[in-house]
Design a binder for this molecule. Structure first.
Ligand code: GLN
Length: 454
């Protein structure tokens, strides 16, 4: 109860400025906390007793509102809980509220939300990052202990980097997507934001693993990640030369990244550069494939089945078009149009099918490198958090924010962003590590070792 009260108090004082939570389940959380206190006293409490968790507004929680920060889901309530939520509750976690994000998880700054931008707690004139901006700021500003976000192309790691917290993206298929609002189904994965690796590991071992409701979830056994967090020995680390030498990389991010690599070398790890010939294809491939999948996934929001319906309709066709035109925001519409275009009969071969082939090349290259190295290291983002409004007008500049994070989703591998110092103004910088598929245990151990050395 005291822990919940602590977070509620922070939410009360900070959320009005930061806009991280869309809804807070105050009474419910306190009631649950009392029950769990009792269980603790009786010695029957679950693994996550005392863990206070926030959910990005794309994860279903039965009988609670769910909007993907979109007007098109106005007044929609979920009738069921996502598998991850069921598992959290069964382990006695406490869900404290629903968190702001970019509409349908599309964005890199949390400015594409029907509920307004989230502010970075380090500097409230700066963005939180996106799309899980509310989830990152909630952890950053101690409004909850852990947040669950979703990561399609960096939406957990990029805001984590901007907010100075840990953002972890598991292997594709490690965690069930049942009850996660779909953006791009072959990329989407639920990820974890927290301030320490132990919390990430503990939550991961609870939510991961096979699920009859999602046929794409892997049946690979789940390790007891939290019981096995001591790193031993030396690692082999590859860093992508084209990323570090990239002219878009800000000088402070470059310096901090190079410093981190030098530290790793000094600690006796092998650190070598590799050439990645496909860097410039990452974003085009990502945006062709994800918009294609999104255009299909978002066709279900038709004004009939969920949430919002336009009031100015004459017939069925205008009900569909007006509800969608009025319900979706600009970025979501842009992606539906782009996706429809790349899937259309005349352009399918030139774009969609080509992008699938490039995705395979990226996957093969990555697998090959990870045969010789334990990790691939690179910055999380080219620069620190930018000013709210600064990049809204320039969509290509906004897409560029994801250049280092989409790689892991294209390849389907796990990746983590950990804090790596700040710039002169105190804005956090993220450092990213990727590992081979299903090597989340190794990744978490190594990241913990790095954070502890500081
Ligand atoms: N910023 C990226 C995008 O807009 C990633 C989003 C995500 O991971 N959900 O698509």
């Amino acid at each position: 109860v005291q822990i919940v009260q602590h977070y509620l108090q922070h939410i009360e004082t900070k959320n009005p400025t930061l806009n991280a939570f869309l809804e807070v389940y105050e009474n419910e959380a306190l009631e649950r906390a009392k029950l769990i206190d009792q269980k603790i006293a009786e010695g029957t409490a679950g693994k996550l007793a005392g863990m206070v968790i926030g959910l990005k507004d794309v994860i279903c929680y039965a009988n609670h509102a769910l909007q993907a920060s979109s007007k098109i889901l106005d007044s929609f309530q979920s009738q069921f809980s996502a598998t991850v939520v069921e598992r959290l509750l069964a382990a006695d976690a406490i869900i404290i509220g629903r968190q702001n994000c970019d509409e349908f998880a599309m964005g890199s700054s949390n400015e594409n939300s029907a509920f307004g931008a989230v502010c970075n707690a380090q500097d409230t004139t700066c963005v939180a990052g996106g799309s899980s901006g509310g989830s990152a700021v909630a952890v950053q500003a101690a409004m909850c202990m852990v947040s669950l976000g979703s990561d399609t192309g960096g939406s957990v790691r990029q805001p984590a980097g901007f907010c100075g917290v840990i953002g972890f993206k598991p292997t594709y298929g490690r965690v069930s997507r049942y009850g996660l609002v779909a953006y791009a189904s072959s990329f989407d994965i639920i990820g974890i934001l927290a301030k320490n690796i132990d919390a990430v590991a503990l939550v991961l071992e609870v939510i991961a693993g096979g699920d009859a409701w999602d046929s794409t979830v892997s049946q690979e056994p789940i390790a007891q990640y939290s019981q096995n967090l001591a790193w031993q020995g030396k690692a082999r680390i590859a860093y992508i030369r084209e990323a570090i030498e990239n002219e878009a990389l800000s000088p402070t991010v470059r310096t901090q990244t190079e410093k981190r690599l030098a530290d790793l070398r000094a600690a006796g790890h092998t650190v070598e550069s590799v050439d990645f010939p496909y860097l410039k294809y990452l974003l085009p491939t990502y945006y062709v494939l994800t918009t294609a999948e999104a255009s299909s996934n978002l066709s279900r929001f038709d004004g009939v089945r969920y949430g919002f319906r336009s009031a100015n309709t004459k017939d069925l066709a205008s009900l569909y078009t007006k509800s969608r035109s009025e319900g979706f925001g600009a970025e979501v519409k842009r992606r539906i149009m782009l996706g429809t275009f790349v899937l259309s009969a005349g352009f399918y071969e030139a774009y969609y099918s080509k992008a699938q082939k490039v995705r395979r090349l990226i996957q093969d290259w990555t697998k090959e490198v990870l045969k010789n190295y334990d990790f691939i290291a690179l910055p999380t983002t080219p620069d620190v958090a930018f000013k709210i409004g600064e990049k809204r007008a320039n969509i290509l500049q906004m897409f560029w924010e994801d250049v280092f994070t989409v790689h892991a989703n294209l390849a389907g591998i796990p990746a983590i962003s950990i804090p790596n110092g700040t710039n002169e103004a105190g804005l956090p910088i993220g450092f990213q590590l990727m590992a081979g598929a299903f090597e989340e245990g190794k990744l978490l151990r190594f990241a913990k070792g790095l954070l502890e050395r500081e």
